[in-house]
Design a protein. Structure first.
Length: 95
Protein backbone atom coordinates (compact mmCIF):
# COMPACT_ATOMS: atom_id res chain seq x y z
CA UNK A 1 0.00 0.00 0.00
CA UNK A 2 2.83 2.38 0.85
CA UNK A 3 4.39 1.72 -2.56
CA UNK A 4 1.10 2.56 -4.28
CA UNK A 5 0.87 5.78 -2.32
CA UNK A 6 4.40 6.81 -3.30
CA UNK A 7 3.71 5.92 -6.91
CA UNK A 8 0.59 8.08 -6.79
CA UNK A 9 2.44 11.04 -5.26
CA UNK A 10 5.57 10.81 -7.40
CA UNK A 11 4.79 9.03 -10.66
CA UNK A 12 7.94 10.35 -12.34
CA UNK A 13 10.10 8.59 -9.75
CA UNK A 14 8.77 5.23 -10.86
CA UNK A 15 9.46 5.67 -14.52
CA UNK A 16 12.54 4.72 -16.47
CA UNK A 17 12.16 8.06 -18.24
CA UNK A 18 13.44 9.68 -15.06
CA UNK A 19 16.73 7.94 -15.73
CA UNK A 20 16.97 9.12 -19.32
CA UNK A 21 19.00 12.13 -18.15
CA UNK A 22 21.46 10.01 -16.21
CA UNK A 23 21.30 6.52 -17.74
CA UNK A 24 24.68 5.52 -16.31
CA UNK A 25 23.80 6.36 -12.69
CA UNK A 26 24.07 3.04 -10.88
CA UNK A 27 22.71 4.56 -7.67
CA UNK A 28 19.56 5.76 -9.41
CA UNK A 29 18.92 2.36 -11.01
CA UNK A 30 19.42 0.61 -7.67
CA UNK A 31 17.11 3.05 -5.90
CA UNK A 32 14.40 2.51 -8.51
CA UNK A 33 14.77 -1.26 -8.16
CA UNK A 34 14.51 -1.04 -4.36
CA UNK A 35 11.30 0.99 -4.62
CA UNK A 36 9.70 -1.38 -7.12
CA UNK A 37 7.78 -4.60 -6.57
CA UNK A 38 9.56 -7.86 -7.46
CA UNK A 39 8.62 -8.19 -11.15
CA UNK A 40 9.23 -4.52 -11.85
CA UNK A 41 12.53 -4.63 -9.97
CA UNK A 42 13.67 -7.51 -12.18
CA UNK A 43 12.89 -5.45 -15.28
CA UNK A 44 14.61 -2.38 -13.84
CA UNK A 45 17.77 -4.35 -13.04
CA UNK A 46 17.79 -5.97 -16.48
CA UNK A 47 17.60 -2.54 -18.08
CA UNK A 48 20.26 -1.25 -15.68
CA UNK A 49 22.65 -4.01 -16.74
CA UNK A 50 22.26 -2.87 -20.35
CA UNK A 51 22.92 0.77 -19.49
CA UNK A 52 25.73 0.13 -16.99
CA UNK A 53 27.36 -3.11 -18.20
CA UNK A 54 30.43 -2.79 -15.98
CA UNK A 55 28.56 -2.40 -12.70
CA UNK A 56 29.16 -5.21 -10.25
CA UNK A 57 26.63 -3.63 -7.86
CA UNK A 58 23.76 -4.13 -10.30
CA UNK A 59 24.58 -7.82 -10.75
CA UNK A 60 24.78 -8.27 -6.97
CA UNK A 61 21.45 -6.48 -6.49
CA UNK A 62 19.85 -8.81 -9.04
CA UNK A 63 21.19 -11.87 -7.22
CA UNK A 64 20.01 -10.51 -3.85
CA UNK A 65 16.57 -9.77 -5.28
CA UNK A 66 16.16 -13.35 -6.47
CA UNK A 67 17.45 -14.75 -3.18
CA UNK A 68 15.07 -12.57 -1.17
CA UNK A 69 12.16 -13.84 -3.25
CA UNK A 70 13.04 -17.50 -2.81
CA UNK A 71 14.42 -18.03 -6.30
CA UNK A 72 17.72 -19.48 -5.07
CA UNK A 73 18.36 -21.45 -8.26
CA UNK A 74 18.47 -18.21 -10.23
CA UNK A 75 21.15 -16.74 -7.95
CA UNK A 76 23.84 -19.11 -9.24
CA UNK A 77 22.80 -18.38 -12.83
CA UNK A 78 23.03 -14.63 -12.26
CA UNK A 79 26.44 -14.88 -10.62
CA UNK A 80 27.76 -17.07 -13.46
CA UNK A 81 26.45 -14.65 -16.07
CA UNK A 82 27.88 -11.72 -14.12
CA UNK A 83 31.37 -13.17 -13.98
CA UNK A 84 31.32 -14.09 -17.68
CA UNK A 85 29.82 -10.77 -18.76
CA UNK A 86 32.14 -8.66 -16.66
CA UNK A 87 35.21 -10.58 -17.81
CA UNK A 88 34.10 -10.17 -21.43
CA UNK A 89 34.19 -6.36 -21.10
CA UNK A 90 37.40 -6.35 -19.09
CA UNK A 91 36.12 -5.76 -15.56
CA UNK A 92 38.25 -7.59 -13.02
CA UNK A 93 36.20 -9.16 -10.23
CA UNK A 94 38.43 -9.41 -7.18
CA UNK A 95 36.17 -11.54 -5.01
Amino acid sequence: MFFSYLKYLFPSLFSNSLLSGVPDSVEMWLALARLSPYQSARSVLNEARKKCPGSVAIWIAAAKLEEANGNVAMVETIISRAVAGLERIGVVVSR
